[in-house]
Design a protein around this ligand. Structure first.
Ligand code: NAP
Length: 312
């Protein structure tokens, strides 16, 4: 029997994804990709491609459901859904990883080199400040999964002293890997620039609270392309006020879009980017999604299945 996959992306993505998936699955007459949830009979759907911004959020209407394939790497909006009793997979694909590493490297370099000093300088300023060499700069990366490990390795290749932290022990070339609560404190005590690439779970919410922000070297700089609730916002604002944190680049927030009156918006030491650090692009991700669909059609085990108990 054939397999029907319902694409749950936002309507503006249907054309590009529909074409890319049709190319990737052109040899599979047994697979149908349905692009419009309104015109698709839920009784016929075997798998849903889930986009948190898309129109599909009620999974109880699909009696034949065999899998939910998330288009996003972060699954906090869906991982606790009791209507999903089938495997839930998260997005792992080279473009998502490369895009994130580009964003992380760009902003680490910007903070490291003090580029804002010159971009934001008065027209008659002459501020001959030299950054330390990257070999003397310590960068911490919290989260060493698909995204964090690639960014950490790239930063190490750029000669930074990279400290990484994950839940379980890891070994990565050029990265001083730590884990556990002691490991977190060791990384925070050293990290002049800290990158958050953790998933949002009950264990990571408000991880960066006042106590942990106080562990950072004074004047540390922070990048958050992970998820907004990893940070206690009041604690970060207080740390920015006191100079404990010198600069923050924030891509993700508790509420998105970030409200226009939020204190981050006009804070001179905060850069807001609108959840664009990386994205799942059909050019690179359709092959990964098609591979999961093939596995499902062939009865093979899916990859990147979310562990519901861990929450990621
Ligand atoms: P991943 O492969 O699942 O990696 C998660 C990493 O975090 C792993 O190293 C994991 O440790 C670690 N971790 C999880 N819980 C932890 C805890 N309680 N204590 C210590 N370490 C913990 O995820 P990913 O693909 O790298 O993605 C990471 C996150 O990036 C996503 O969840 C999403 O929130 C965010 N993201 C943001 C954007 C954007 O545009 N801003 C785009 C994509 C993704 P173990 O290795 O020991 O399991």
């Amino acid at each position: 029997m054939g397999l029907t996959v319902l694409f749950g992306g936002i309507p503006q993505k249907r054309k590009s994804w529909g074409e890319a998936l049709a190319r990737e699955l052109s040899d599979r007459a047994d697979v149908t990709v349905a692009l419009d949830p309104v015109r698709t009979d839920p009784q016929t759907v075997d798998a849903v491609v889930y986009d948190p911004d898309g129109p599909v959020s009620d999974f109880s209407i699909f009696p034949r459901l065999r899998a939910v394939l998330s288009m996003w790497a972060g699954v906090e909006t869906i991982v606790g859904d009791p209507a999903i009793k089938v495997p839930l997979t998260r997005m792992v694909e080279p473009g998502l990883t490369e895009g994130m590493t580009d964003w992380v490297v760009a902003h680490v370099m910007r903070l490291h080199c003090g580029i804002d000093r010159h971009i934001c300088a008065a027209p008659d300023a002459w501020d001959p400040w030299h950054p330390p060499l990257s070999r003397f700069r310590k960068v911490g990366v919290l989260g060493l999964g698909e995204l964090g490990s690639d960014a950490a390795r790239m930063l190490a290749r750029l000669r930074f002293q990279v400290l990484g932290w994950s839940r379980t022990a890891k070994s990565l070339d050029g990265v001083d890997c730590r884990h556990g609560e002691d490991g977190l404190e060791a990384v925070l005590r050293e990290a002049e620039i800290l990158v958050l690439l953790l998933p949002l779970t009950s264990a990571t919410e408000n991880l960066l609270n006042a106590e942990r922000l106080a562990m950072l070297p004074r004047g540390a700089m922070l990048l958050n392309p992970g998820r907004g609730p990893l940070i206690d916002d009041d604690a970060l604002l207080a740390a920015l006020e006191s100079g404990q944190v010198a600069q923050a680049v924030l891509d993700v927030f508790r509420e998105e879009p970030l409200p226009s009156d939020h204190p981050y918006r006009r804070h001179p030491a905060v850069t807001v980017t609108p959840h664009i650090a990386s994205v799942t692009r059909p050019e690179t991700a359709a092959a990964a999604l098609a591979a999961q669909i093939r596995r499902l059609a062939d009865g093979a085990p899916l990859e990147h299945v979310v562990d519901r108990d861990r929450g990621y």
